[in-house]
Design a protein around this ligand. Structure first.
Ligand SMILES: Nc1nc2c(ncn2[C@@H]2O[C@H](COP(=O)(O)OP(=O)(O)OP(=O)(O)O)[C@@H](O)[C@H]2O)c(=O)[nH]1
Ligand SMILES: [Mg+2]
Length: 233
């Protein structure tokens, strides 16, 4: 599996795989998590991801492409190139690194505010639960103010504690990914339509035209029924 990939520019066809973006700070465990879902699971320890890598999965008969983009500060500017094609997002938090929780919070809040990601389902995985002092999913919900953000940006959000290293935690990760995929499937047409409009914005030549489409879209997000968008189990 390579450690580089390129931005897809073609409009997605109906039978295309579901694109899910896998983001988080460097060292949070994105590659470890992606590898844990492969059969057979690679035995080599992960190296820091300097570009992106794709983990092809099958979830309930659907082809899913989980695209990890490296979390190092100098790699993060690449993230935005993948927002448009994504139908959902997984954000991994290193539960053992409380010193970096504020950094992870700020970055996730920025992602949730991004017009290209709003309303797309979000799975937050609080990793490294094997660590004795790890923060759990409830700590992250509180500290990241996730309920308010999920409701303000109409983003269906699910938060789980996992341990990507342990085989025993695989069911929990699978539970989260099943939730994400079924949410994408339920809202598939709306998500694709929104991506189509967003693609028009990105490709629109005039700034005035772009602003007017963005206004229409933002009004649509505001009008969307406000439900409780945060799912806690
Ligand atoms: N204890 C523990 N260590 C973990 C866990 N998941 C990942 N790690 C370790 O964390 C380190 C970083 O993991 P990666 O999967 O490379 O992290 P990443 O998020 O892909 O990092 P970048 O590619 O640099 O953005 C590795 O040494 C992993 O073995 C976990 O659940 N528990
Ligand atoms: Mg990685």
């Amino acid at each position: 599996m390579g450690n580089t990939c390129w931005k897809r520019r073609v409009a997605p066809a109906k039978d295309d795989p579901l694109n899910i973006l896998l983001l988080g700070l460097d060292g949070a465990g994105k590659t470890t998590l992606g590898q844990s879902l492969l059969k057979p699971r690679p035995t080599a320890p992960p190296k820091p991801t300097t570009g992106c890598q794709v983990f092809p999965l099958r979830v309930h008969g659907h082809r899913v492409e989980l695209t990890e983009v490296g979390g190092r500060e100098d790699v993060r500017p690449l993230w935005r190139h993948y927002f448009l094609d994504a139908l959902g997002l997984i954000f991994i938090v290193d539960g053992s690194k409380w010193q970096r929780l504020a950094e992870a919070r700020d970055i996730l809040q920025q992602l949730m505010q991004n017009e290209l990601l709003q309303t797309k389902p979000l799975l937050v995985l609080v990793n490294k639960q094997d660590h004795p002092n790890a923060v759990d999913h409830l700590d992250v919900i509180d500290f990241f103010n996730l309920s308010d953000y999920a409701n303000a940006f109409k983003t269906p959000t699910h938060v789980l504690g996992v341990c990507a290293l342990e085989e025993a935690s695989k069911n929990r990760t699978a539970e989260g990914i099943n939730w994400l995929v079924s949410n994408i499937k339920t809202n598939h047409d709306a998500l694709r339509r929104r991506n189509h409009i967003l693609r028009e914005i990105v490709n629109h030549k005039s700034k005035k035209g772009r602003t007017s489409i963005i206004r229409t879209l933002s009004a649509r997000v505001r009008r969307k029924k406000t439900a409780n968008n945060l799912a806690i189990d």
